[in-house]
Design a protein around this ligand. Structure first.
Ligand SMILES: [Fe+2]
Length: 437
């Protein structure tokens, strides 16, 4: 009997063993959600404990959380059934690190570690500075390997607070009956199992009505998003972040667009009532509002990504951004890096002072394209040799950005080249008022 059990356990271990572990913040303070996959229907358990708290130097007792799971048909074959498990660790304290493991009570993952600092929704307010990694368009192929390698190193030897992935992942999550999505989630696990990995959908998630995106990621809930993870916001340090969905403007009805727009406008109004406490207002979504069209290569002159599509989104969104005094909009989709000045109605809006790497007192949203973490298609839309008048810096290097907000007035962003293993661009944004209008 024992022998048979051992054989079954050994043979099935690969299907029972938790994989694709990723963390995400929730809509509540002091919580971290873990999501993972097995290929057999087993129990969903998280064990976690605090460690390295200043006032409690030794690890505490293990706390066990019973999660839940759902069966997911990842492809059209019977062999592509997987079980997506999730559970929430609660009662976290921002001054502690936590170690945790996920499993079914028999097969456990390795231990991973995360910070107990989470979004801050209630007093006493935590408005300390932070550092967050921003990236977009990251797949499984060779182009994404540089980024994977460097962020894995960063995750081991430096510290940051979270990763914000601005759409397009795996290329695609559903490809090869979902095996590409599985592979990519295994690739990013060294990062996503140790840091909140916050996502929003891009056009590469659209197959099957965004099913793989909705099933595989668990983002904060709100009354309007119906648990889809398409749009949500959170307060962190001196900033309010809004992650939202520009795909809705291309693939969904006016009603669906309006649902999100209503939510977005309400969310921004609320953020503005709170601007004294959190003066930074950072928006992120996949499609760009401003990027330079390539006027030298005839095929790319009609590139709709930086042409008709940007004009459409300017019409839909720019007035909302400007009237709510959005500080920075992070965008992706085009596979390069381009940093723009503060823009309104397709023209640079001068700040109180502008230098090549500094804006003091900007008076309109600054736009940063960060779609070069490394995708399947390579540089199918390389940086334009004819950058528009508002373009400040551009590069084709694969890599990602580091956003550091120090306090109410000082924000620093740098673009890291993964192949060069070095910073290639940076900008300081210095506020002289809580909002510019
Ligand atoms: Fe895209």
């Amino acid at each position: 009997m024992l022998f048979a059990f051992l054989i079954i356990s050994t043979a099935s271990g690969g299907w029972l063993y938790p994989e694709q572990i990723h963390l995400s913040w929730t809509e509540n303070e002091g919580e971290m959600r873990a999501t993972w996959v097995t290929y057999l229907p087993v129990s969903s358990v998280i064990s976690f404990r605090s460690m390295l708290c200043l006032d409690i130097p030794n690890p505490t007792e293990w706390i066990y959380v019973q999660g839940s799971s759902k069966k997911f048909q990842a492809g059209d074959k019977i062999s592509n059934i997987e079980y997506i498990h999730t559970g929430v660790m609660t009662g976290l304290r921002s001054e502690c690190k936590y170690e945790y493991s996920v499993g079914d009570g028999l097969f456990w993952s390795d231990l991973n570690v995360f910070s107990g600092r989470t979004p801050d929704y209630q007093a006493p307010w935590d408005t300390r500075g932070f550092e967050i990694i921003v990236l977009g368009d990251w797949g499984t192929g060779p182009n994404g390997q540089y980024t994977r390698h460097i962020i894995n190193q960063e995750a081991k030897f430096r510290d940051f607070d979270a990763v914000l992935h601005v759409g397009d992942m795996a290329y695609d999550l559903d490809d090869n009956n979902g095996k590409v999505g599985d592979q990519w989630l295994r690739i990013v696990q060294p990062i996503s199992a140790n840091y909140a990995y916050m996502t929003l959908p891009g056009n590469h998630e659209k197959d099957d009505n965004f099913t793989h995106y909705k099933q595989r990621f668990n983002m904060p809930l709100n009354d309007a998003n119906q648990g889809t993870g398409y749009f949500y916001s959170f307060d962190y340090g001196p900033a309010h972040f809004v992650m939202f969905d520009t795909e809705v403007f291309f693939y969904y009805s006016n009603d669906t667009q309006q649902t999100q727009l209503n939510w977005l406008i309400q969310d921004l109004q609320k953020a503005n009532q709170n601007r004294d406490l959190r003066p930074w207002l950072i928006l992120l979504s996949h499609h760009p509002l401003y990027c330079s069209v390539n006027w030298e290569i005839p095929l790319l002159q009609s590139n709709k990504d930086c042409g008709v599509d940007t004009i459409k989104l300017q019409n839909d969104l720019e007035e909302i951004f400007y009237s709510n005094a959005v500080d920075i909009y992070f965008q992706a989709h085009v596979h390069n890096y381009e940093r723009e000045s503060a823009i309104y109605h397709n023209k640079t809006v001068p700040s109180e002072y502008d230098g090549p790497h500094i804006h003091i007192g900007p008076k309109a949203p600054i736009y940063i394209t960060n779609g070069n973490a490394g995708n399947r298609d390579g540089h199918n839309d390389p940086t334009s040799p004819t950058p528009q008048e508002w373009a400040q810096y551009w590069s084709n290097d694969y890599g990602y950005g580091r956003l550091k907000i120090f306090n109410d007035t000082h924000l620093y962003y740098e673009q890291y080249s993964a192949p060069l293993v070095d910073t290639i661009d940076y900008v300081w944004v210095i506020k002289t008022a809580k909002r510019y209008n």
